[in-house]
Write a protein that binds this ligand. Structure first.
Ligand SMILES: Nc1nc2c(ncn2[C@@H]2O[C@H](COP(=O)(O)OP(=O)(O)O)[C@@H](O)[C@H]2O)c(=O)[nH]1
Ligand SMILES: Nc1ncnc2c1ncn2[C@@H]1O[C@H](COP(=O)(O)OP(=O)(O)O)[C@@H](O)[C@H]1O
Length: 213
């Protein structure tokens, strides 16, 4: 480990939003493979897709349970998206950040705004755009996980989601996946070095100044 990496810091919240099909899930999966980030696993009332695993991609719960958790204050944020309810469990977020680990969030613009209100200094927000709407449709069709009706609804909703691009710190056009992934890694690397979240820096500098030159 380098000295820079060994200096204590608070974890950051890497928040990714995009219209459905622009590539958040793919980029998140690639980030998680790097091994030094945790995923915030949302609760949702959406039916599970064939490729999804309970507790890995989402916690799939009934609407009653969702409302119970929300009303008890267990969710850091929540929203209705494409007719389903989604929310971020609060406790894992608090534990992860306090432990100095970073967390990645796949949430829509409504969730992003709620997180920014509550935890602005911890959040790094990234909006992923598709290169074109035609390509967005192609990706949703190629993914082959949703019915034509669901895909059409997601394309209608895409325009609204895209309309919130300017609430985000960073914007990446996911045309070439490798390029987009490298851009995301650069953002993460720079944000990890931000002075304000590096709680061990003052101590390090004090030690440095106490040394003989
Ligand atoms: N606010 C909020 N949005 C979420 C959460 N989890 C997922 N979403 C958003 O819900 C939308 C639909 O997600 P999903 O059903 O997985 O479909 P996909 O985007 O087509 O893969 C996306 O915009 C996600 O970013 C959450 O916990 N909170
Ligand atoms: N840069 C890219 N070029 C081509 N296909 C991509 C690219 N990024 C993602 N995809 C594909 O597009 C589809 C939708 O991506 P996904 O990550 O599921 O989007 P989201 O989570 O934003 O809904 C997937 O089949 C994925 O493999």
């Amino acid at each position: 480990m380098t000295v820079d990496n060994s200096i204590r810091r608070r974890g950051l919240m890497l928040i990714l939003s995009s219209p459905s099909g622009a590539g958040k899930t793919t980029l998140t999966r690639d980030l998680l493979q790097l091994g030094h980030l945790s995923l915030s696993i949302s609760v949702t009332t959406r039916p599970r897709r064939a490729s999804e695993i309970e507790g890995v991609h989402y916690h799939f719960i009934e609407k009653d349970e969702f409302l119970f958790q929300r009303d008890r204050g267990d969710l850091l944020e929540w929203a209705e998206v494409h007719g389903n309810l989604y929310g971020t469990p609060r406790k894992p977020v608090e534990e992860t950040l306090a432990g100095g680990r970073d967390m990645v969030f796949d949430v829509d613009w409504q969730g992003t705004l709620q997180i920014l209100e509550k935890m602005r200094d911890d959040a790094v927000t990234v909006f992923i755009l598709p290169p074109s709407l035609r390509e967005l449709r192609t990706r949703l069709e190629r993914r082959a996980e949703d019915s034509t009706e669901v895909i059409n609804q997601r394309l209608v909703n895409a325009r609204e989601e895209i309309g919130h691009w300017n609430a985000y710190d960073y914007v990446i056009v996911n045309d070439d996946l490798d390029h987009a992934f490298r851009a995301l890694q650069s953002i993460l690397a720079a944000e990890r070095l931000k002075r304000l979240r590096r709680t061990g820096l003052a101590g390090f500098v004090n030690d440095l100044l106490a040394q003989e030159g």
